[in-house]
Design a protein around this ligand. Structure first.
Ligand SMILES: Cc1cc2nc3c(=O)[nH]c(=O)nc-3n(C[C@H](O)[C@H](O)[C@H](O)COP(=O)(O)OP(=O)(O)OC[C@H]3O[C@@H](n4cnc5c(N)ncnc54)[C@H](O)[C@@H]3O)c2cc1C
Length: 477
């Protein structure tokens, strides 16, 4: 394969990846391992995108994701290839317990049939309703049904309010009335379409996943690393560099063009012009829209609009460190989620130092509290003092904290999580339609194919295979 050529302010590589979050880094790493010369251009001074970990006073904190789910064997394969499998930390057994707030109390989410029938979380009517679920007809595959409508139809309103709505806020910070079940939870949608119901699907689907060595998100282990999630993106950036490729930070890409020979040219806020056969956009949707708009061509207009139409949920994350004795609750779980009906300010909190070993010593606890989302989009804009007050008030009433934290960190994400709302799959198709005019252009970011860390890894893997095949075909044609 071609090696990079550099002349005055011009650099040529095989592939350029714009954006060094986990999606872009996995794509670039896999391509570099295939022997392609890759250049990653990142606007921020650091790689990792929203993944950012650190330690204060011996306590580990995460400004972005606290953990990933080990849903695919690709994750361990990647860790082996990067040489960081031994740094992987699996969640402690107690992290299998997740709490939902009802009537101001934390109630464990039932994880088995007997626990479901004995939980105070749901009424007898809702529990008996589950027995009807296998007999409820499937919807038409053409219907773009909301998550809320899907759950109401199959499991009832109480199940929506006290299980699915908080679950959707924990993953998407989203509104189940707006999210498309087919786009946001494709596996749930497929269970109904394929097996005629969720219960039947869970039983039969488990057999299939076993055959494919995949795990459902319910059964998958939560993982992180001894030094936090950023270990992964740091290792990816190092791996790319040591595979004869380049990661450049502090380069905000401002325009892209495709020259007469079909080669991509990329310009940023520095003087250099970057050229490559293939270009991967691994940025959030609004940044991808700006870059497509810079092509200044009518065939990109519809894709630009489709990207701009993807809403993002705002979130502010408040990380607080406590003396252990200041928290009454045993913190014996992953954390808790608060249904909207409970009228709290916070969406929920993770018991970050309980989830994994060595996050804090026994005398301390770290809590990560989420505020905002699509149902309370104004709250994340409050100033730091107001956010801290909200958190302290809600944590005091829900888990009995007393006094003030030892320290607090606030991480603001005005555009935290892309929302896979009605029409999302059609929007993604409209974006993909540009590729027939723009050979060598690819997209890999969390606004398509799943937002979880595991989905980003899987999509990076798949994108690298497609890009690799494209570059090889171009070289041999
Ligand atoms: C607060 C929070 C908590 C989360 N918690 C979890 C969790 O616990 N578990 C889980 O599985 N998932 C979680 N997620 C989701 C998951 O972390 C993200 O979906 C995933 O990390 C996104 O990766 P990405 O590479 O697609 O995007 P990003 O990480 O957003 O990376 C995109 C990169 O593109 C760069 N960029 C943008 N424009 C330009 C430009 N013009 N030029 C150059 N570079 C540019 C940005 O600076 C950024 O670094 C969480 C997300 C957030 C925000």
């Amino acid at each position: 394969m071609e090696t990079a050529t550099t002349t005055n302010n011009e650099v040529t590589d095989d592939v350029i990846v714009i954006g060094a979050g986990v999606s872009g880094l996995v794509t670039a790493y896999r391509l570099a391992k295939k022997g392609l010369r890759v250049r990653v251009l990142e606007a921020a001074p650091r790689t990792g995108g929203v993944m950012a970990s650190g330690r204060s006073d011996g306590m580990l904190w995460e400004l972005g994701p606290n953990s990933g789910m080990d849903t695919t064997p690709l994750i361990n394969e990647l860790l082996d290839s990067l040489g960081i499998r031994d740094q992987r930390a699996d969640a402690r057994k107690i992290a299998d317990r997740r709490f939902i707030v009802r009537g101001g109390q934390l109630i464990p989410l039932p994880m088995s049939g007997p626990a479901f029938f004995s939980t105070p979380l749901f009424s007898t009517g809702t529990k008996l309703g589950l027995l009807r679920e296998p007999f409820i007809a499937r919807s038409s595959p053409e219907t773009d049904e909301s998550v809320a409508a899907f759950v109401r139809r199959r499991l009832g309103t109480e199940f929506l309010d006290y299980a699915i709505q908080p679950f959707v806020s924990g993953i998407f910070a989203g509104d189940p009335e707006q999210l498309s079940v087919q786009a946001a939870f494709p596996k749930l949608f497929a269970l109904e379409q394929r097996y005629g119901g969720m219960i039947r699907g869970m039983i039969l689907g488990a057999r299939e996943r076993k055959r494919q060595r995949e795990k459902s998100k319910n059964n998958a282990k939560s993982f992180s690393f001894n030094d936090g999630m950023q270990t992964l993106t740091d290792a990816l950036a190092r791996g790319i560099t040591s595979a004869n490729s380049v990661v450049e930070t502090n380069i905000r890409v401002t325009s892209i063009t495709c020259n007469a020979e079909g080669r991509w040219e990329v310009r940023g806020d520095k003087e250099t012009v970057y050229r490559a056969d293939s270009l991967v956009l691994s940025t959030p949707a609004n940044a991808a829209a700006t870059l497509l708009a810079s092509l200044k061509t009518a065939w990109a207009d519809d894709a630009v609009q489709a990207l701009r139409d993807i809403p993002y949920a705002p979130l502010s994350i408040v990380i607080s460190a406590w003396r252990r004795e200041a928290v009454t609750h045993p913190l014996d779980g992953f954390g808790f989620l608060v249904p909207r009906k409970e009228n709290a300010h916070i969406l929920g909190a993770l018991f970050s130092s309980s989830m994994f070993e060595h996050r804090a010593d026994e005398a301390h606890a770290v809590l990560t509290t989420m505020i905002g989302g699509m149902l309370q989009p104004e709250l994340p804009k409050c100033d730091d003092n107001a956010l801290q007050e909200m958190v302290e008030r809600d944590l005091a009433s829900l888990i009995g904290i007393r006094g003030t934290p030892l320290w607090t960190k606030i991480s603001r994400h005005p555009r935290a999580i892309p929302q896979y709302t009605f029409g999302h799959l059609k929007r993604v198709q409209r974006v993909d339609a540009v590729r027939s005019h723009a050979p060598g252009l690819f997209f890999c970011a969390n606004w398509r194919g799943g937002i979880s860390v595991g989905d980003c890894i899987k999509n990076g893997h798949l994108t690298a295979d497609e890009v690799g095949a494209f570059v090889t075909a171009r070289r041999t044609s």
